[in-house]
Design a binder for this molecule. Structure first.
Ligand SMILES: [Zn+2]
Length: 100
């Protein structure tokens, strides 16, 4: 996946600026990564009354309590990324559609 560069203040709601992106959980120790549907992550946070759009991605990462399948350690980073099948043209098309 292609990581979307975000500032340290990035929050869950930032995904809406990048239509088609995935919310990723990446192991800080070995780089193992998994992508999630950001809308589902958001509704899960709401369900648990654990946050919403403004929840920082760093807080989301801290909530992940399972060890990395790659290295069995527990140090996660959350971010946003384009899935491999997402081309730049497709990203632009979706962004334009989201604006209209
Ligand atoms: Zn790992």
């Amino acid at each position: 996946m292609r990581v979307i560069p975000l500032g340290p203040e990035a929050s869950v709601g930032d995904w809406a600026r990048y239509p088609g992106c995935r919310l990723t959980i990446t192991c800080a120790m070995c780089g193992w990564t998994r992508g999630y549907n950001p809308e589902r992550v958001l509704s899960r946070l709401r369900e648990l009354k654990a946050g919403g759009h403004a929840t920082p991605l760093a807080v989301v990462a801290r909530r992940v309590q399972w060890p990395c399948p790659g290295c069995h350690r527990l140090k996660w980073r959350a971010g946003l990324a384009w899935p491999p099948e997402m081309t730049e043209a497709e990203a632009r098309r979706l962004a334009a559609r989201a604006r209209n």
